[in-house]
Design a protein around this ligand. Structure first.
Ligand code: F6R
Length: 614
């Protein structure tokens, strides 16, 4: 949610900032801006719209500056407009901010009473006023600018990743983090800052992940990090192994399609080094759950949002069925406020691609404070949720740029399967043959997904054209196929804006069937499952109301063929893991409907990739 980039070095700052913002555009894209330190002493460019609009605005006037800040915005306070775009400037103080200032009304009133004039509706501008006042019009040294930032932070409640520069202080940038991600990059004689790794991965792989409460001063001769009291802290640089090419479109028209096609490799990476097929054993990089913890566990609670929530729902069927432990899945945004019963008998599994989702992070903190043991399933290395949990199982999907999550979802499913089998090594509910069967099935997934994409993509592309102009769609399934239906409906609505709802197929006759007519296509997930025949009966109910049926089904299922108008055939690897395969055609269907409708697939309206505000 909003993206920040900072640069201090020898390159043309405009180029580094624009390049970085393009890679962060998935975080927010309603307005953008940059500020560069040059002899002016500071030049700010801002505009409503995309980074391309900003680039066009700057095109003829690229200042010869080598330090600056950039920002791409997802509006929270104040509509998308040039005035509300960051950077915000008060005299020579310039700020970019990601997050929310919770006491902004109070601070704004105090500042106005003190003579400040605001030029935007944003909460972020408050930072610029507070720092400018703290400097009292003086030209600060880098250390004084740093101190001014440190001094005003205790007045601000809320979350921030903050970047600050000052026109009279050309060799310094200051950054502060509290509740919104911020990383620093260390290059040869140059320093970078960004909200997310891909923004600067082209320039350096040496990164420092700032922690909450950290304040950093970047200067040509190095980097200083302190806590809020000014005491120096050491943050060990990490070497990021991600290939920068993964963050490029690589010839695909959209990141989403590229990421769908990356799924076989992503699943291989999730499994790599974690499975001993012959012994039926699973390992993670570290000991996820020390022995003894599970002896006390009476319930598993998965917390997540959006697509990650659907991964949890899908896995929860298997957790309860096979581990025989009560397993619930909760929207993190609800869980954190409803005074849930959590204690040391609860194992919490927090699922998040970004590892920065504010609600999921808050749910993790709540669970820990009540004594629960928390395992995170995250994609982004060293993200806030990964660090807030007791242990983390990384999904290793690689950078996911498209706002609609695809490869993150399937790798979450695979990681959750591994986690189940790992937990079973302590609770011993499954027999050895079943464990080996399960792991063998998982190991076949990369090839099976690759073959499925090849076979079903042309079919789905043609089919999507026929359904692209429907007003609404329903997605139905039972058992694990129900959360998959939810995921299919979410994908469709978020990128094509077509209204889509998912229900457990058995719920239709309790109300939603009233929606069905010839204009509402119904997609059924009707695959290998003990409830297959019940779902076929549900299809008949839809047909009796003239509904058009698309079935995601096994090849050669004649019974389904007789009742469905269209079929997408998905060969089974093993019912234990087929959910991973079934996700793929649902992603492709949503993708091609959106392409036919001409929407902005990678950056759908009103959305942002990483939801770091409540
Ligand atoms: C949907 C989507 C979102 C995210 C949700 C949680 O395609 O991407 O629904 O799944 O915002 O994000 P993470 O997994 O980063 O916590």
């Amino acid at each position: 949610m909003c993206g920040i980039v900072g640069y201090l070095g020898h390159r043309l700052a405009v180029d580094v900032l624009i390049e970085g913002l393009k890679r962060l555009e998935y975080r927010g894209y309603d307005s953008a801006g940059i500020a560069v330190l040059d002899p002016e002493p500071v030049t700010v460019f801002r505009c409503k719209g995309r980074i391309a609009d900003l680039e066009a605005k700057i095109a003829g006037d690229r200042p010869d500056a080598h330090a600056g800040l950039g920002h791409t915005r997802w509006a929270t306070h104040g509509r998308p407009s040039e005035e509300n775009a960051h950077p915000h400037r008060v005299e020579h103080t310039v700020v970019v901010h990601n997050g929310i200032i919770e006491n902004h009304l109070e601070l704004r009133q105090q500042l106005i009473a003190d003579g400040a004039t605001f030029s935007s509706e944003t909460d972020s501008e408050i930072f610029a006023h507070l720092i400018a006042r703290e400097l009292s019009g003086n030209d600060p040294s880098p250390e004084q600018l740093f101190e001014a930032v440190r001094n005003i932070l205790p007045r601000v409640d809320g979350s921030y990743a903050l970047g600050v520069l000052h026109g009279s202080c050309p060799g310094a940038l200051v950054f502060a983090r509290h509740g919104s991600p911020l990383i620093l990059g260390i290059g040869e004689g140059e320093l970078f800052a960004a909200s997310d790794i891909p923004a600067i991965l082209n320039y350096t792989r040496e990164m420092v992940i700032l922690e909450d409460g950290d304040i950093a001063l970047l200067q040509h001769d190095g980097l200083t990090i302190t806590d809020g009291d000014g005491a120096a802290v050491t943050r060990k640089p990490l070497r990021i192994a991600w290939d920068p090419v993964l963050a490029e479109k690589g010839g695909y028209p959209h990141f989403m399609l590229k990421e769908i096609h990356e799924q076989p490799r992503a699943i291989s990476d999730t499994l790599a080094g974690r499975v001993a097929l012959d012994r039926g054993e699973v390992f993670f990089e570290s000991d996820l759950i020390p022995s003894g913890i599970l002896d006390n566990v009476r319930q598993v609670v998965m917390v997540a949002c959006g697509t990650s929530f659907h991964a949890g729902l899908t896995a929860a069927y298997e957790f309860e069925r096979h581990l025989r432990v009560p397993t619930r899945v909760e929207f993190a945004s609800e869980y954190r406020y409803r005074e849930p019963i959590i204690d040391e008998h609860t194992l919490v599994v927090a699922i998040s691609q970004s590892g920065e989702t504010a609600d999921t992070l808050a749910a993790v903190e709540l669970a820990r404070s009540r004594g629960a043991y928390v395992v995170a399933v995250c994609n982004v290395l060293e993200s806030s949720i990964a660090r807030a949990a007791h242990a983390v199982a990384y999904t290793h999907a690689g950078p996911e740029i498209s706002v609609a999550s695809t490869k993150a979802f399937v790798t979450q499913l695979v990681t959750l399967h591994l986690l189940l089998l790992y937990l079973d090594q302590q609770v011993h509910r499954l027999d050895g043959a079943l464990r080996r069967r399960w792991l063998t099935a998982l190991s076949h997934l990369p090839t099976a997904v690759a073959e499925l994409i090849e076979d079903c993509e042309p079919v789905i592309k043609r089919m999507a054209r026929r359904y692209a102009h429907a007003r609404d769609m329903l997605y139905l399934g039972r058992d694990v196929h129900y959360p998959l239906a939810m995921e299919g409906a979410l994908k469709l609505k978020e990128i094509s804006y077509m209204h889509a709802e998912a229900y457990p197929a058995g719920e239709m006759k309790h109300g939603p069937i009233a929606l069905v007519d010839a204009d509402v296509p119904v997609l059924f997930v009707v695959h290998d499952s003990p409830v297959r025949s019940k779902v076929i009966a549900n299809i008949e109910e839809i047909r009796a109301r003239e509904g058009r049926v698309i079935a995601l089904t096994l090849p050669g299922d004649e019974e389904v063929a007789e009742v469905a108008d269209d079929r997408i055939e998905v060969p089974s690897v093993d019912p234990l893991v087929d959910a991973v395969l079934l996700a793929v055609p649902l992603q492709l269907f949503a993708y091609y409907v959106a392409v036919h409708l001409g929407t902005d697939v990678d950056q759908p309206r009103n959305l942002a990739k990483s939801v770091t505000v409540e």
